[in-house]
Ligand binder design. Structure first.
Ligand SMILES: O=C(O)CCC(=O)C(=O)O
Length: 243
């Protein structure tokens, strides 16, 4: 009975540094910002590369994916999508680059991050101001879908990954940089949450074992499921192609 009063979902969620360079800021996006991103999600999905189930080594992912800047397929980036008539994804809009910069400024401010990047506040602001993500992966998790443990390592840059969540709460598993197995930490990513992983944890294994039922906030423009947007710096030249 008493336990039920103190479950994770009822306690206030606090900003935390899960591991060096991994910062979780609950409720970072306002409701209006979340609504705007849901509308953008529909616009992007109606563009050149519709949300689709990418195949990994011949097996379809349960999550649907579209992207900006670069097309992602089977752990590699290309400028165009052969499976969609060679069309190129739209580029990352400036406002989204700005969101990424603000995310880094907030996540790595000294009040949240004790370890990384060990810069003074003015240095940090200057550093975050140069963050230039050239790709965004936009995942849609229908209820009941998940994503296995993996590293984001197709990028040649070690710039941090910025991750935004909207819709149903996800159980997110933040692992280590060596193996898909323990040690890892499970946290809940709810609608509006920001997660940044960089520095020594940039190449951590991570995944989403499940979505929690009945957690869509009331009034959320996404009736079910979850959108996750990750911003990345590929470090690739536009003329390059991987694989
Ligand atoms: O949905 C998430 O929170 C994680 C997404 C992810 O791991 C990825 O896009 O590589």
């Amino acid at each position: 009975m008493v336990d039920a009063l103190f479950t994770d979902s009822l306690l206030p969620r606090q900003p935390q540094e899960l591991a060096p360079g991994v910062i979780h800021l609950p409720g970072w996006l306002s409701v209006e910002q979340q609504d705007f991103l849901v509308a953008q999600f529909h616009r992007w999905g109606a563009g050149s590369i519709p949300p689709h189930h990418p195949e990994i080594y011949g097996k379809k992912m349960s999550v649907k994916l579209t992207s900006l800047g670069w097309h992602w397929s089977n752990y590699s980036y290309s400028r165009s999508a052969p499976e969609f008539g060679g069309r190129a994804p739209a580029s990352v809009p400036d406002w989204l680059v700005g969101v990424g910069r603000k995310a880094l400024q907030d996540a790595y401010s000294s009040s949240h991050a004790s370890y990384w990047p060990q810069l003074s506040e003015p240095e940090l602001v200057a550093w975050a101001a140069t963050y230039s993500p050239d790709m965004a992966l936009i995942n849609y998790y229908a209820p009941g879908t998940s994503m296995g443990m993996h590293q984001d390592k197709e990028e040649r840059s070690s710039a941090p990954v910025v991750s935004l969540s909207i819709g149903q709460t996800a159980l997110f598993r933040a692992g280590n940089t060596e193996t898909k197995t323990r040690p890892y930490q499970d946290i809940l990513l709810a609608s509006g949450d920001l997660l940044v992983f960089g520095g020594p944890s940039r190449f951590m294994y991570h995944g989403v074992p499940k979505l929690l039922e009945g957690t869509t906030p009331s009034g959320c423009l996404l009736p079910e499921g979850r959108i996750n947007i990750t911003l990345r710096v590929t470090g690739l030249h536009p003329s390059e192609k991987q694989a």
